[in-house]
Ligand binder design. Structure first.
Ligand code: PMP
Length: 444
């Protein structure tokens, strides 16, 4: 039976009158009759305004690592609230959370806080520029580093004509100054040769190479261990700083993030999402000699709301729970078992597929081997994914409608979530096969 979305749709019309697209982020708009409004979340589930229940694999794009409304984290946040909101002065807990982070992420010898991933990456890039005295930087194709002009650029893979030409690099949207394009080099992901070519020629103008260890907004494509190590070696060799943007991978793929998995420490790293189970806080961590450049008259960092009492207390509890429990192992185990279940369903029907990333934030592809870069994604059959995603949402499993966003797992996903997910997945695959076959027949 089709979902009823009457209340969602009525609310959409109301919201549209006062909010552009009826939402507070472009990415939350799924179109008329499809845009969902959440009534509440609990554990790994959410309910929309019509009380339709969903198993949630978006988790706010990753932050909700322990599950929605986690009682211990929320209790800690309420305690934090009692300290006060903001003072334009520091509080004791900042040092405690910085100590926790440093102990989990060795690259974060010193720590500064921000409110969001965007702010943290901005602060990291500013630090790299301030230390090196250079304005240029390298971003890798398929990366997402937040919404600020320096990084709102992407390769136009959609219109890629053939593999021999590089796609055009375009801003995410209007309002990003064209001038910014002169400041960065755009290098293919997992292509150390191209990176070396750029550094060999231009290192004297480049402050940093920004790398997402797993392309968290591009199918969960991971850096190969060789590439991640090459970024470390090449940046060191050419005197450029390495910024690991672990906003999504930090405190998720391992306690020490992807840097722990690769056994590599960046010069500067950014962490945000899984740090406070959804409360707004982010961290910039880095080598002491670099981080000490933050200071009056040197590199500026701050913000009225940085290290607010509530978010800081939530971070302290979340990080402590992640450090002291097996939550991350359970998250990865669930992700693995979910992928195995999907694999069985797809293999039975002879549908080519593969998974990328990490089981806690995995991408699903309809192609035999997973993509190594953004261009490869273009070659996978994402029509199948897009159709299937709509079916899953219809059947109470909410994944991102766009195949470029990985499936996020949290510690609250349990056996009943898995059973519901795989049942919906099997029905969704069969429905998709029928729908696409009918579309093919109609096209003939
Ligand atoms: N960097 C990465 C790797 C991200 O995934 C994101 C958000 N998806 C950001 C930065 C920006 O974070 P925020 O949305 O909190 O500003």
């Amino acid at each position: 039976m089709a979902r009823v979305l009457d209340k969602n749709n009525a609310h959409f019309r109301r919201a549209l009158a006062r909010l552009p697209l009826g939402v507070s982020s472009n990415f939350r708009y799924w179109g008329e009759g499809k845009t969902l409004y959440v009534k509440r979340g609990a554990g790994a589930r959410i309910w929309d305004l019509d009380e339709n229940e969903y198993v949630d694999y978006r988790l706010g794009y990753g932050p909700v690592i322990l599950g929605h409304c986690h009682p211990e984290v929320d209790a800690a946040a309420r305690e934090g609230q009692k300290v006060g909101t903001v003072f334009a002065l520091s509080t004791e807990r900042e040092a405690s959370v910085a100590e926790l982070i440093s102990a989990m992420v060795p690259a974060a010898e010193l720590v500064r806080f921000s409110n969001s991933g965007t702010e943290a990456v901005m602060a990291a890039l500013r630090l790299a520029r301030g230390v090196t005295g250079r304005d240029g930087y390298v971003i890798l194709e398929g990366s997402y580093h937040g919404l600020f002009d320096a990084v709102m650029w992407q390769a136009d893979v959609e219109n890629l004509r053939d593999a021999r030409h590089d796609p055009e690099v375009l801003p995410f949207g209007k309002g990003v100054p064209e001038l910014v394009r002169q400041l960065f080099w755009h290098v293919r992901y997992n292509d150390a040769n191209q990176l070396e070519d750029v550094l060999r020629l231009h290192a004297d103008r480049i402050a940093a190479v920004l790398i997402e260890p797993i392309l968290g907004s591009c199918c969960g494509i991971p850096a190969t261990p060789e590439f991640f190590r090459a970024v470390r070696e090449l940046t060191t060799r050419y005197g450029v700083l390495m910024i690991a943007d672990e906003v999504k991978t930090g405190f998720r793929v391992a306690r020490g993030g992807a840097q722990e998995l690769h056994g590599v420490s960046a010069d500067i790293c950014t962490m945000a999402k899984a740090m406070a189970n959804g409360y707004p806080i982010a961290a910039i961590g880095g080598r002491e000699d670099l981080m000490r450049h933050y200071g009056q008259g040197r590199v500026t960092h701050g913000g009225t709301y940085t290290a607010g009492g509530m978010a800081l207390a939530a971070a302290e509890r979340t990080l402590t729970l992640l450090r002291d429990s097996d939550a991350l192992a359970r998250v990865a185990d669930y992700g693995r078992r979910m992928q195995e279940g999907m694999q069985r369903i797809l293999a039975k029907r002879g549908i080519p597929h593969s998974f990328a990333g990490h089981p806690s934030m995995g991408g699903l592809f309809f192609r035999e081997s997973p993509p190594r870069n953004y261009r490869d994604w273009k070659l996978s059959d994402y029509t199948f994914y897009d159709t299937l995603a709509q079916q899953l949402i219809e059947n109470g499993v909410v994944c991102e409608p766009d195949s470029r966003e990985p499936w996020f797992v949290c510690a609250a996903h349990d056996e009943s979530c898995l059973a519901k997910t795989l049942t919906a997945f099997e029905a969704g695959v069969d429905h998709t096969l029928k729908e696409l076959a009918a579309a093919d027949r109609a096209a003939v």
